[in-house]
Each structure stands twice: as structure tokens, then as C-alpha cells.
Ligand binder design. Sequence first.
Ligand code: NAI
Length: 341
Amino acid sequence: MSNIKVGIIGLGRLGKVHAGNLAFRVPNCELYAACSMVEAELEYAKKELGVTKTYANYDEMVKDPELDAIFIVSPSGLHCEQIQKAMENGKHVFSEKPIGLDVAEIEKTMAVIDAHPEQIFMLGFMRRYDADYQYAKEMVEKGELGELTVVRCYGIDPSDGMESFVKFAGASNSGGLFADMSIHDIDLVRWFTNQEVKKVWALGKNAAYKQLDEVGELETGAAMLQMADKTMGILVAGRNCHHGYHVETELIGTKGMLRIAQVPEKNLVTIMNEHGVVRPTSQNFPERFSQAFVNETAEFINCIKEKRQPGVNANDGLQSTKVAIACQKSYEEDELVSLSD
Ligand code: NAI
């Protein structure tokens, strides 16, 4: 089989990362086309990434007979419709998280995905493709920690990304802090425990950036999850981390505990100077999960070549969005929310 020809929609903060990986870092694929509403981004795709075709209109790109696959990195509220159109036009589809922001729309999208079982569908929960998370998962599956009792997750974006975030949130609906940020941690809790979430209680506070009130967004939020087997999930999500990008996960079990990136270290360098002993920290998601983004894309391309579906599917998208919506409701209505089956 020749190289898989991919068309990408969205060349923003994350789209550029995926596009660079598809063009230069992932074997057996070619970034053939790109679609964006921003002319400068299409110029960038032609000049810097060498794409053959650019489109301002997605409906035209999905009909391009040269394309085998579509990579969706557009705003979250557009994913469902774009997945459906790509599937209906016979393309394999990778979609960024969240799969969607509305449960009925996701269910409709899942029906379209299910109606095309020969086509690959993958959702971008890239942490599952990070070497450290995979190592931790292996420990859990081997029973090294015994039975899990608590999964604690921090996911806090750098405060220096606030300006670009306010622009992003003003231009499109992110789904709120829980659907935009905690969704990765919700997926991790489901993945590590192999359990679904039954109850959530969420809280939030805007303190340093009151402009987030104007775009209906939260600066810091916290949620407690109860899984079907009573395992607890504790999530902290935020957008105001002064030392960089803080993603930390802790698993507590009956025989032991483990932590992933307890300190969000950038590398193995330690600096000793007038500030004391300084460990540099990772600064943003493209840096921290650089290899995970490459790994997940390589897995998508391999799945197409090997005609098998990947480990992260549309149901993972549906379940995680349901939990994120429940967290948002719990925060807004100040009550414990139960999830139905
Ligand atoms: P962004 O706002 O920086 O970029 C959005 C892109 O979509 C832009 O290129 C814009 O021109 C394009 N676009 C918007 N509407 C369009 C339309 N109707 N037709 C064609 N192009 C259109 O957004 P960002 O931060 O890159 O996020 C994109 C998606 O990636 C979101 O769903 C977000 O949740 C997800 N994301 C995932 C991350 C992860 O850790 N896996 C990290 C950051 C974002």
C-alpha cells in the first residue's frame, strides 16, 4: 500500500503540531491537503509543509478523491459534523478531543461511524500514547498497585497562554474547563480503572483572570468522581500555572502508589544559582506531549494500513463528554450529579 494521503482541517495552536508531524515525522503518510478559514495558515501549509492542495471549504476537501484520511483539529463544536461528512465520503478519520459537546450529536455521529466499519476512526486522547502513561498502565494491569482506590489528576495550562486562550474561547465554544481540559483526565481515570463514572461533584473559582467571567470560562476547577466500583477520581484543572504546563497523575492502590510527572520536569538538567536549586519545567502541551502526538498519529496510520481499529474509540469520546457535561452541570447548579448508564 502506498503512503496514506491525509487532509487536515484546522491549523491553529494544535493543528500546526499535527500538521508538522504528518508532513515530516510520521512514516507511511503524506500531508496532501489542508483546510482553514485563515489565508495565512493555508500559505504556511503550502510553503512550510509542502501540501499539494489547500481548501477554504471543508465540504470540498472531504470530496477530494485523492485523500484517504481526514485529520480534524478544528474547534470542538465542529468535530461531530466534520466526522460525519468525512465518514460519509469514505475517509478514515482522526478527530481531536472532545469528540463533541452535545450527547445527542455524538450519538448520531457514532451511528455514522458504526455504519462504516471498514473505515478507521480514532480520537485524540494522546496521553494514552505517552511512554510514561503506558508504563504506568502496564504496572496497573500487572497488579503492581493492587486494587486501585484513588486516581488524582492535575491538568493546569500555563498562565502565559491566557491571552491566546481568551481569543480561542471568544471565537468558539471550548465546552468549558471540564470538556476542554479535564476531559483528558476523565479519560485517564476511565482507562486506568476500566470503570465508568457514576457520580460527580465539581467546583470552580475565577480569581486572577476575571476576564474569563466574560467568556463564561473557569480559571480553576476541581471535581470528584465516583466510579462504578467506588474507586475515587480527584481532578484539578486550570489555566493559571505560573511555572509552565502542569500535568501530574497519581494512582493509589491497595498494594502501592505511583506518580507520573509529580514535578513537571522539562529534562534532566538541574541549575544551581542565586535562586537555589532549579529544575526547569515543561512549558506547554506541544512540548510535554511532543512524542505522544507523534505516537498517536503513527498508530492512526498503522491502523489504516493494517485494517484494525485503534484502542481509543468513539465510545471513549461519548463517555468522557458525558462526564465533562455532568461536571459542568454540577459546578453551575452546585449539586452532586449522577450519570445514568
Ligand atoms: P485554534 O483556535 O488555535 O485553531 C482552530 C483552527 O480551526 C484554525 O486554524 C481555524 O482557522 C480553523 N477553523 C475554525 N473554523 C473553521 C471552519 N469552519 N472551517 C475550516 N477551518 C476552521 O484551536 P486549537 O487550540 O488548535 O484547538 C483545536 C482543537 O484541538 C480543539 O477541539 C481542542 O479541544 C483540541 N486541542 C487538543 C489538545 C490536546 O491536548 N489533545 C490541545 C489543544 C487543543
